[in-house]
Design a protein around this ligand. Structure first.
Ligand code: GTP
Ligand code: MG
Length: 135
C-alpha cells in the first residue's frame, strides 16, 4: 500500500466540488488517512511547488494556491499515487478525458481543481510538508 498527497485547490473549494472529489476517491476504494481545510502560507506554497520555481507561471501559481482555503488530504491504497492521478486527469483540463475530475469540472490549466503527488519521492516530501505529524 502507498500514500499520496491530494489537494482540492482553492478553485475546487470555491466551485463546491470538495464532496464530489472525496466521493470519487472513496468510490475508487482509496482510503482517507488525513484531511484538513486550510489556507496555505506563501512559504508552504513555494516549498510545495519548488520544482516549478523557475517557470514563468510560478508567481501566478503561488498567488492562486494561497488565494483561498484548500482541502489537503492524505490518501492511501494500492498504487494510490497513480490511481489518484488517473482520477484527476491530464494537467490541461481541455485535454483531460471527460469522466476525470479535471475533464469534468475545469477549463483552464491554472485552475485545474486538484493536485496529486507524482512519484513516491514527491509524495513523501509533500506529506511531510502538509502533515508532519504523520511521520
Ligand atoms: P499538480 O498536481 O497541481 O502538480 O499538477 P500536475 O502534476 O498535473 O502538473 P505540474 O506539476 O506540471 O504543474 C503544476 C501546476 O502548475 C498545474 O496543476 C497547473 O495548475 C500549473 N501550471 C502548469 N502549467 C501551467 C501554465 O502553463 N500556466 C499556468 N498558469 N499554470 C500552469
Ligand atoms: Mg505536479
Amino acid at each position: 500500500s502507498e500514500r499520496t498527497l491530494v489537494l482540492v485547490k482553492p478553485d475546487g473549494v470555491r466551485r463546491g466540488v470538495v464532496g464530489e472529489v472525496i466521493s470519487r476517491i472513496e468510490r475508487k476504494g482509496l482510503k482517507l488517512v488525513a484531511l484538513e481545510l486550510r489556507t496555505l502560507p506563501r512559504e508552504t506554497a513555494e516549498a510545495h511547488y519548488e520544482e516549478h520555481a523557475s517557470k514563468p507561471f510560478f508567481g501566478e501559481l503561488v498567488d492562486f494556491i494561497t488565494g483561498g482555503p484548500l482541502v489537503a488530504m492524505v490518501v492511501e491504497g494500492p498504487r494510490a499515487i497513480e490511481a489518484f492521478r488517473a482520477l484527476a486527469g491530464a494537467t490541461d483540463p481541455v485535454k483531460a478525458t471527460p469522466g476525470t475530475v479535471r475533464g469534468d469540472f475545469a477549463l483552464e490549466i491554472g485552475e485545474n481543481i486538484v493536485h496529486g503527488s507524482d512519484s513516491t519521492d514527491s509524495a513523501a516530501r509533500e506529506i511531510k510538508l502538509f502533515f508532519p505529524e504523520l511521520g
